[in-house]
Design a binder for this molecule. Structure first.
Ligand code: NAD
Ligand code: TYD
Length: 364
C-alpha cells in the first residue's frame, strides 16, 4: 500500500513558500543539490525574516525562479500553480516567532491561517481541474508547539497527542494544521503535515535563541535567559529537518501527520552554557572571557511553555528516517557558521531589529 503511494522520481515542479526564510532556504538548497533536474519556484513575501542572501549560490540557476509575493494573494497563487504546472507544494511561509506573536498577533492569524487557507483553496481548485495525478502533494510544515506544554515526566508528544496551543503563534499554526487536515478529510486533497521540534543552523534570524546568544557573545552583550532557564526544548539541526521533509514528501502517506524530532532535549540554561563553551573554544577573540559571566536571567516570556519533547517513532518505523546530527555536532557546525558568516548577520542588526530587541528585553 505504502509502496503504491510513493512518488516516482520524475523531475518535479515544486512550489516552496517561505523559501527565503530560515528553514525554507535550507530546504531550497537541499532540494536544488539533491534534485538538480527539478523546477523550483520560491514564493516569499520577504518580511523582516526573509532574505534573498539566504539563497546565495543559487542565483542564475535556470530552473530556479524566485517570486516576491504574499501567500494571501490568491490570483498570484493561481497563476503560479498553472504557469509552472506545480505538482508539489512545500509550505513553509509563516510568521514564526513566539515573542513577536505576543507583541502583535494579527500578522500571525493573517499569514498562518488565512495564508494557508488561500493556498489550500488554490491548490484544491488546481487539483480538481487536473486529472489528479497520484504524485501531487501539499506538504504543510508545522511545529511541535501545537501540542502545548509538557511536565518534566510527561511522555513526549506523539501524533495522537491532543492539540493544546498556548501562544498566538502556536494557536495560528494549530488552526492551519486543522485546515490542512480538513482538506484531506473533506476533499481528498493529497496533504501531508509534519510537526517538528526547534530547529537551529545556518541562516537562522538573529533574534532566535541560538544565533542571538552567539552574536551577543561576540559583542560582549548580556545573554538574556528567560525565567529560571529550566525550560526544555528538543533541538534538531536544520539539515536533518530538510532530509526528513524530503523523506515524507516522497514516502509519506497522504492525509497523515508525522512528528519530527532530534532526540536532543536540552534545558535552555544548559544550551546557553554549551554555546559559551563552544565560543570560547572556536572564536579567535571575545570581548568578555569567560563569556559565561554574560548570562543574565530576565523576566519570563508570558505563557512560556515549560517543555517540548517529540516521539518520532512513526517517522522512523514508517519512513525509515532518523537524524544524523547530535546536539554536540550540530551546535559546533552552527557556531562555526556564525563565526564565518558575520557579513550575513551584521546587516540584519538593523534599527528595526534594535527596536524589537529593546521592546522584548526591557529588563536586561
Ligand atoms: P522564518 O520566520 O525564518 O521564515 C518565514 C518565511 O516566510 C520568511 O522568509 C518570510 O518572508 C516568509 N513569509 C512570511 N509571511 C509571508 C507571506 N504572507 N507570504 C509569503 N511569504 C511569507 O521561519 P522558519 O523558522 O524558517 O519556519 C518555517 C516554517 O517552519 C514555519 O511554518 C514554522 O512554523 C515551521 N517551524 C519552524 C521551526 C523552527 O524552529 N524555526 C520548528 C518547527 C516548525
Ligand atoms: P525560541 O528560539 O524563541 O523558540 P520557541 O520559543 O519557539 O521554542 O526560544 C527557544 C527557547 O529559548 C524558549 O524556551 C525561549 C528561550 N529564550 C530565552 O531564554 N531567551 C531568549 O532571548 C530567547 C529568544 C529565547
Amino acid at each position: 500500500m505504502v509502496e503504491q503511494q510513493r512518488l516516482t522520481r520524475e523531475p518535479r515542479k515544486i512550489l516552496i513558500t517561505g523559501g527565503a526564510g530560515f528553514i525554507g532556504s535550507n530546504f531550497v538548497h537541499h532540494w536544488c543539490d539533491r534534485y538538480p533536474g527539478d523546477r523550483v519556484v520560491v514564493l516569499d513575501a520577504l518580511t523582516y525574516a526573509g532574505n534573498r542572501k539566504n539563497l546565495a549560490g543559487l542565483e542564475g540557476r535556470a530552473n530556479l525562479r524566485f517570486v516576491q509575493g504574499d501567500i494571501c494573494d490568491r490570483p498570484l497563487i493561481d497563476a503560479l500553480l498553472q504557469e509552472e504546472a506545480i505538482d508539489v507544494v512545500a509550505h513553509f511561509a509563516a510568521e514564526s516567532h513566539v515573542d513577536r506573536s505576543i507583541l502583535g498577533p494579527d500578522a500571525f492569524v493573517r499569514t498562518n491561517v488565512i495564508g494557508t487557507f488561500t493556498l489550500l483553496e488554490a491548490f484544491r481548485q488546481y487539483w480538481n481541474a487536473s486529472d489528479q495525478p497520484a504524485h501531487y502533494r501539499f506538504h504543510h510544515v508545522s511545529t511541535d508547539e501545537v501540542y502545548g506544554s509538557l511536565g518534566a515526566d510527561d511522555p513526549a508528544f506523539s501524533e495522537t497527542t491532543p492539540y493544546a496551543p498556548n501562544s498566538p503563534y502556536s494557536a495560528s499554526k494549530a488552526g492551519s494544521d486543522h485546515l490542512v487536515r480538513a482538506y484531506h478529510h473533506t476533499y481528498g486533497l493529497p496533504t501531508l503535515v509534519t510537526n517538528c521540534s526547534n530547529n537551529y543552523g545556518p541562516y537562522h534570524f538573529p533574534e532566535k535563541l541560538i544565533p542571538l546568544m552567539c552574536i551577543n557573545i561576540l559583542m560582549g552583550k548580556p545573554l538574556p535567559v528567560y525565567g529560571d532557564g529550566q525550560n526544555v526544548r528538543d533541538w534538531l539541526y536544520v539539515g536533518d529537518h530538510c532530509s526528513a521533509l524530503d523523506a515524507v514528501i516522497h514516502r509519506g502517506r497522504p492525509g497523515e501527520m508525522y512528528n519530527i524530532g532530534g532526540n536532543n532535549e536540552v534545558k535552555n540554561i544548559d544550551l546557553v552554557n554549551k554555546l559559551c563553551d563552544l565560543m570560547e573554544e572556536l572564536a579567535p577573540e571575545l570581548p568578555v572571557r569567560p563569556c559565561h559571566q554574560l548570562i543574565t536571567f530576565v523576566k519570563d516570556r508570558p505563557g512560556h511553555d515549560r517543555r517540548y519533547a517529540i516521539n518520532a517513532t512513526k517517522l522512523k518505523t514508517e519512513i525509515g528516517w532518523t537524524p544524523a546530527e547530535t546536539v554536540e555536532s550540530g551546535l559546533r557546525k552552527t557556531v562555526q557558521w556564525y563565526l564565518s558568516n558575520q557579513d550575513w548577520w551584521q546587516p540584519l542588526l538593523s534599527p528595526e531589529y534594535q527596536a524589537y530587541y529593546k521592546q522584548v528585553y526591557t529588563s536586561v
